[in-house]
Design a protein around this ligand. Sequence first.
Ligand code: SF4
Length: 466
Amino acid sequence: MSALKQRIDSLLVEPGCATNQAKSDKARKEGCKKPLTPGAAAGGCAFDGAKIALQPVVDVAHLVHGPIACEGNSWDSRHVYSSGPQTYRTGFTTDMAEFDVIYGGEKRLYRAIKEIIDKVNPPAIFVYQTCLPAMIGDDVEGVCKAASAKFGTPVIPVNAPGFAGSKNLGNKLGGEALLDHVVGTLEPEYTTDCDINLIGEYNVVGEFWQVKPLFDALGIRVLATFCGDARYRDIAGSHRAKAAIMLCSQALINIARKMDERYDIPFFEGSFYGIADMSDCLRRITRLLVERGAPADLPERAEALIAREEARAWARLEKYRARLAGKRVLLFTGGVKSWSVVSALQEVGMEIVGTSMRKSTQGDRAKVVEIMGTDAHMFDELPPREMYRMLKESQADVMLSGGRSQFVALKAKTPWVEINQERHHAYAGYDGVANLVAEIDKALYNPIWSQVRQPAPWELAEGWGE
Ligand code: SF4
């Protein structure tokens, strides 16, 4: 059995995954090999998933070994920000073509690595395997090993060719590359009893910067993020953290669980979306750190910070409360957002008419029931035709979803707010709740809706449509 096949099989039965835990022994052994529906949008390949998980490491050169379209497809698919280095923004690719299929692409890959080191000299290079070199049998791991030895720069193979599976599987394969080749390879310059890792935080539109000041205020150091605004050195030394918060159980649960096993770094799943969830995160991490040797007054200081920040957030939300209370929201997202955004919206009195449970775990489902008091508003699938009918019949005043569903809302002449990875506004932490509510308010009260809902002039003409 190939190493990749073994790796995939182990990820498909990941014991830390809540979906797996809820299965019978027989179903668990079978793994998650749900075939994709022909004709349905698969939502990105495994390579794409690995790139999404790792590209936020900002000082690293991300080299895609494959045809240029693979890199073109995946470059900048998310608005992840850097506070310094911009190396991650350059699209490096070996641009494989017909001759490479015949003669092999290993030499081309080696030359590309050398050229990057000569011209950019990054602290490390991540080399992404794609379908084509995997099918012709290029030994990417061997080339990376030889280049690392020759040039003295870590060259990390990321073995997640597109055909291996879904985007989600690719996220985890990207995580495995970090566990195999990066985590634990360097020591941090110093350590403290308040060092933590954030796992599954990608700094999309700068969301990490909305929560970092809160940790700073408490003297908690974020040793490494996986991988928003991350530096190679930080991830290499992340094994010295005292505790971790996992922010997206679907993507990088394998990192959280294996770092707990290997380096004794306990973790819990939290969310930075919504006032209550942000406060809950701060309370849990401070308690966990005290158990691990942090100063005993940390929870007390956290309570003072929470009281101050909550008061400030509520004051910002107050002006929207009267405008948004009772407005009905259809939430079409998934994973952790299926419950964390629900609680955020309920905080301003909005009514949730439906929340999708795509990509959500059993834990996510339980949290929705806990927050909403019922499972009546959860749905697994909502085909575009059904979504259109709901919106057309005015069963919701506004829809929050990813970009792919926006045209259904626009066709139904319903306000829509981007909530997924293509968003342009940061929604994390106490300030993020106010941003989200402000965006919903802007969408709902945009005068365009009253205009587009008017009949067109020709529709008013006598005999139109007969
Ligand atoms: S499926 Fe394969 S060829 Fe297509 S983008 Fe993904 S890695 Fe590239």
